[in-house]
Design a protein around this ligand. Structure first.
Ligand SMILES: NC(=O)C1=CN([C@@H]2O[C@H](COP(=O)(O)OP(=O)(O)OC[C@H]3O[C@@H](n4cnc5c(N)ncnc54)[C@H](OP(=O)(O)O)[C@@H]3O)[C@@H](O)[C@H]2O)C=CC1
Ligand SMILES: O=C(O)C1=N[C@H](C(=O)O)C[C@H](O)C1
Length: 268
């Protein structure tokens, strides 16, 4: 499968270049960065700490997509919707790891998914997607007298909050309770907040150092507490998940898919 990496010089972009290099059945067809990037023209193998591969970083996404079967995209919300339109036009699978998407971005992705297969997930790891299935079950089992709080910590360079994973876990909890997360979510507390509103799902965000990604879902009841957690130790696992999603998405009918679809976790 011929894969393009967009945002190739980023933290995840470099991981994706390595994951493609190590994945049987995949080849890198292009490495794309934004116009004006200082990385344009650099050998993408060397950029990723691999041997030179003769594929220079380019800003010509249209040409890159025209010669590929899929695109791996861990960039920014605005870049992702532009890439989604291009992937839809060229009918190649679009794997979206970008987080921080607003409802307007999600609507544009849904539009693009009418013409091509898009796999989007706030976290491409097996562990987090399994955790989400567990959270849904626990939330469905426990009543709203158990408060749900989601705590996450990431490196100091992360630009969005709560993390995509925290939102994914919040959506799993809301699905378990059969409520809409948008109605129940409390992402900021400061000052005289008043007592906790029953049924709400709270988020707390920590940023610092080089933490790859840590998430904890707390079910706090009267006199007891249940905590489910995931610790990511290496962002290579997100890249490997993205490559797995691309192989799964190749030739798939147009539509918006999740990592739970890729990993077959929906029946849990
Ligand atoms: N779903 C998952 O499993 C995971 C998701 N993520 C998410 O992936 C995203 C990226 O994270 P990370 O790699 O740490 O961030 P980085 O900032 O390191 O990388 C993003 C890259 O995208 C580039 N970029 C921005 N706009 C464009 C554009 N229009 N065309 C081409 N390239 C562009 C940036 O270039 P420049 O710096 O020059 O602007 C940068 O190189 C975030 O949303 C993060 O939350 C991260 C890890 C796992
Ligand atoms: O920005 C990151 O680094 C990560 N982002 C994703 C998120 O927002 O949840 C996934 C992972 O935790 C790392």
């Amino acid at each position: 499968m011929r894969l393009v990496v967009v945002g190739a010089a980023g933290r995840m972009g470099r991981m994706l270049l390595r994951a493609i290099h190590d994945a049987p059945g995949c080849t890198l067809s292009a490495a794309v960065e934004r116009p004006g990037s200082p990385h344009l023209g650099q050998d993408s193998g060397l950029l990723a700490g691999l041997p030179a591969n003769g594929i220079p970083v380019t800003d010509d996404a249209a040409a890159a997509f025209a010669a590929a079967d899929g695109v791996l995209d861990f960039t920014t919300p605005d870049a992702t919707i532009a890439f989604a339109a291009l992937a839809a036009r060229t009918r190649i699978a679009h794997i979206v790891g970008t987080t921080g998407l607003e409802p307007s971005h999600l609507a544009r992705l849904a539009e693009a998914a009418r013409d091509t297969a898009i796999v989007r997930s706030g976290n491409m790891s097996l562990g987090v997607n399994l955790l989400a299935a567990l959270v849904r079950k626990v939330a469905a089992t426990l009543g709203t007298d158990w408060d749900i709080e989601i705590v996450e910590m990431h490196h100091r360079m992360k630009v969005d909050a709560p993390s995509g994973t925290a939102v994914l876990l919040g959506e799993a909890a809301a699905a378990g309770r059969e409520v809409d997360l948008a109605q129940e979510r409390v992402a900021v507390r400061d000052g005289q907040t008043g007592a906790r509103v029953p049924g709400t799902i709270g988020f707390a965000t920590l940023r610092g150092g080089t933490v790859v990604g840590e998430h904890k879902v707390i079910f706090a009841g009267a006199g007891e507490r249940l905590e489910l957690a995931h610790l990511a130790e290496d962002r290579g696992l997100f890249a490997q998940g993205a490559v797995k999603a691309a192989l799964w998405g190749r030739g798939r009918a147009p539509g918006l898919y999740s990592m739970a679809d890729v990993l077959g976790l929906d029946s849990l």
